[in-house]
Design a binder for this molecule. Structure first.
Ligand SMILES: Nc1ncnc2c1ncn2[C@@H]1O[C@H](COP(=O)(O)OP(=O)(O)OP(=O)(O)O)[C@@H](O)[C@H]1O
Ligand SMILES: [Mg+2]
Length: 385
């Protein structure tokens, strides 16, 4: 198991728009790393660069401290599983799986032993004689994985391998991949644009956007401390609420002011280092599950920090409701709303029966808020959580 390092990797197809910019990453031994980001951000390009199907414009790829930047693909000991399976239609499952070994002139007896092993591992025994057209999407996917597996590479590269599968099969194949990783203990680098897939599969997640690494870390660290607005909005199955407002520094308790409402912030934002942010535009981030339902059917109870809202959408998910609710205009500065109602996405326990049109009092769990500089879009450094 090697350690792979990408040092200052850049890639441009033309001089104007670099597809990848100064990528520095370490893929540790045996780690499952997920590269996640929106369409077109450069994920596949990075994977193709890793396995040598694409050249770099700048930078170096190192494998255990040795440069492999100019090494041809066949010598990199990596196997890639492509999104579209790329199976040979005229060959059956067994022939598809063993093709690369035959080309490499591996002795027939050894090929047969390895074939039986991977067929067993991926539960493909009964399908060995079938052609790809006679397989389901999930089965084809397993054949594509088996074809990588039989080569026994040091590193597996997966480019959105589950995107053609239906929702149930995705969850099942995801678990199989996680199991396979535990069994093999090999480096796996997995590309997806689906943040849920990234969160559930990765030991380590790399968030990419516009050809740049936005943040790297464990699923928990990305969820709990997103370093910029992009990661804050991208990670999390229900999107984080992002609200623009003003930061007012006070030694005795700083304030976030939005739509004429003043919200007292936790103590850490009164640290001296936060003084330079006084009067600056900031963006407050709060996840839907960090907004508490305090009362239903009332618009005020005199307690500071409670936000009156009207429910405009109520989705019953089973164990919870997902709500969209607007701040009630009577209670906030109408001028500052400017036809732009302050709308929150909120998750509440389904023991509360909430319908469209209900008016409720909500409270933001201030310990769970995230603040970002509106100009730089970076997380304020005071939040060392
Ligand atoms: N051969 C090429 N010539 C010119 N531009 C290219 C080439 N290949 C990719 N690109 C551009 O590079 C950018 C990144 O492409 P890439 O395929 O890496 O994105 P991606 O993150 O994998 O997207 P998706 O999630 O849609 O698969 C895109 O803007 C794409 O148009
Ligand atoms: Mg791609």
């Amino acid at each position: 198991m090697p350690e792979i390092k990408l040092k200052n990797i850049s890639k441009s197809y033309d001089t104007k728009t670099p597809v990848l910019q100064n990528i520095n990453l370490t893929f540790k031994k045996g780690e499952f790393t997920v590269l996640v980001g929106p369409s077109g951000c450069g994920k596949s390009t990075l994977l193709r660069i890793l396995c040598g199907l694409e050249t770099v414009s700048n930078g170096e790829i190192c494998c255990d401290n040795k440069s492999i930047t100019d090494l041809e693909p066949g010598k990199r000991n990596m196997a890639m599983v492509f999104q579209n399976y790329a199976l040979y239609p005229h060959m059956n499952v067994a022939e598809n799986i063993t093709f690369a070994l035959k080309m490499a002139k591996v002795p027939a007896a050894e090929i047969e032993t390895r074939l039986q092993q991977v067929l067993a591992m991926l539960d493909l025994h009964k399908l060995a004689e079938r052609k790809p057209k006679d397989l389901s999407g999930g089965q084809r996917q397993r054949v594509a994985i088996a074809r990588a597996l039989i080569r026994d590479p040091e590193i597996f590269l997966f480019d959105e391998p589950l995107s053609n599968l239906d929702a149930n099969l995705r969850v099942q194949t995801r678990m199989e991949l996680a199991e396979l990783h535990q069994q093999l203990n090999k480096n796996m680098i997995y590309v997806t644009h689906d943040q849920t897939e990234a969160m559930t599969l990765g030991d380590n997640i790399v968030v990419l956007a516009e050809g740049k690494v936005q943040q790297t870390g464990s699923p928990k660290s990305l969820y709990e401390s997103p370093q910029n607005l992009f990661v804050a909005g991208f990670i999390g199955a229900s999107k984080m609420n992002l609200i623009r407002g003003k930061f007012l520094y006070h030694k005795a308790g700083s304030i976030f002011e939005f739509y004429g409402i003043q919200l007292k912030l936790p103590e850490k934002f009164s640290a001296e280092s936060a003084a330079s942010m006084h009067q600056k535009e900031v963006v407050l981030g709060i996840r839907p599950e960090h907004i508490t339902l305090c009362a239903k059917g009332v618009l005020a109870d005199g307690t500071a920090g409670l936000l009156p809202m009207k429910v405009i959408l109520s989705e019953y998910i089973g164990h919870h409701y997902h709500l969209m609710a607007n701040l009630e205009e009577n209670n906030v500065d109408k001028n500052s709303m400017q036809n732009n109602p302050a709308r929150f996405s909120i998750t509440v326990d389904s023991v509360n029966d909430i319908k469209v049109g209900d008016t409720c009092l909500f409270q933001l769990q201030t310990r769970k808020i995230h603040l970002f500089d509106a100009e730089t879009e970076q997380r304020l450094p005071e939040q060392m959580i």
